[in-house]
Design a protein around this ligand. Structure first.
Ligand code: NAP
Length: 241
């Protein structure tokens, strides 16, 4: 039995739910960060039906009060955190070209995908530093890869989303910055791309299943002390920044 505690944000559905399911199967105490208590409890029930145990935690990554309360609750109940998966993310723009991008929507995307990750990471870091092997996994996207999206011949250069893509580029930069700060500690910080997965985020258009999308995040949540930090990975290995 593995007595590690893991927090997954946006865990009530999609890739986050599957990451939580996978970590629970590994025997971790999994906390499902969900902005809706009802959706969180429904996800806990779905896991319980498979014999997996998890706990719902109200956590809206754009609300400082819920972040502080979640950190307090984890401190009181577990005393530390071993794994943080920053999975919660949105794409609120629709398929409009950058010149037509609605900046209010872009700001909403940044609030969740960028500032939400910064805030949750800062709040959880003291708890992660109490772990012998703290791991932070940021669920990014290859659409945030400047190397891939700047290649006019690459299919991702056709998905030109002003807010979403740049929010994931920023998330990659944030990953490197936290990894650099934490190099002298056991905490490892990596970004992952789940691939193009059929979820509500994209109207369920992706060819991959949420379970497949979750694999790389689960893998990076469980890397050993000899594993990488400050990298960007998908199931095939490193993704170009
Ligand atoms: P999804 O099914 O729409 O799930 C998104 C999750 O994030 C939901 O649980 C949602 O909660 C939660 N969330 C949104 N805003 C939140 C907030 N402010 N606070 C807390 N939770 C919040 O989408 P998904 O595809 O699984 O996306 C998961 C992650 O994978 C995202 O970071 C996304 O950018 C990334 N990703 C997805 C794909 C893909 O092809 N699907 C590809 C690359 C990367 P509610 O149910 O309350 O809305």
């Amino acid at each position: 039995m593995n007595h590690k505690t893991a927090l997954v944000t946006g865990a009530n559905k999609g890739i986050g739910f599957e990451i939580a399911r996978g970590l629970s199967k590994q025997g971790m105490n999994v906390l499902l960060g969900c902005r809706s208590r009802e959706a969180g409890e429904a996800a806990v029930k779905a896991l319980a039906a498979e014999g997996l145990s998890a706990t719902a935690l109200v956590l809206d990554v754009t609300r400082a009060d819920t972040i502080a309360a979640a950190a307090q609750q984890i401190d009181s109940n577990h005393g530390r955190l071993d794994v943080l998966v920053n999975n919660a993310g949105i794409s609120a723009e629709g398929r409009v070209s950058p010149s037509k991008g609605d900046l209010n929507r872009v700001k909403q995307v940044y609030d969740t995908n960028v500032f939400g990750v910064m805030a949750v990471t800062q709040a959880m870091l003291p708890l992660l530093l109490r772990s012998e092997s703290g791991r932070i996994v940021n669920v990014s996207s290859s659409l945030g890869s400047l190397g891939l999206t700047s290649d006019p011949d690459h299919p991702y250069s056709k998905f030109n989303l002003l807010g979403y893509n740049s929010s994931k580029s920023a998330l990659n930069a944030i990953t490197v910055q936290f990894a650099n700060e934490l190099r002298a500690t056991p905490v490892k910080v990596n970004a992952v791309c789940p691939g193009y997965v059929a979820t509500d985020l994209n109207g369920r258009t992706g060819p991959r299943t949420p379970e497949q999308g979750a694999r790389i995040a689960i893998q990076m949540a469980m890397i050993g002390s000899d594993g990488p930090s400050g990298g960007f990975f998908n199931e095939d290995g490193r993704v170009v920044w």
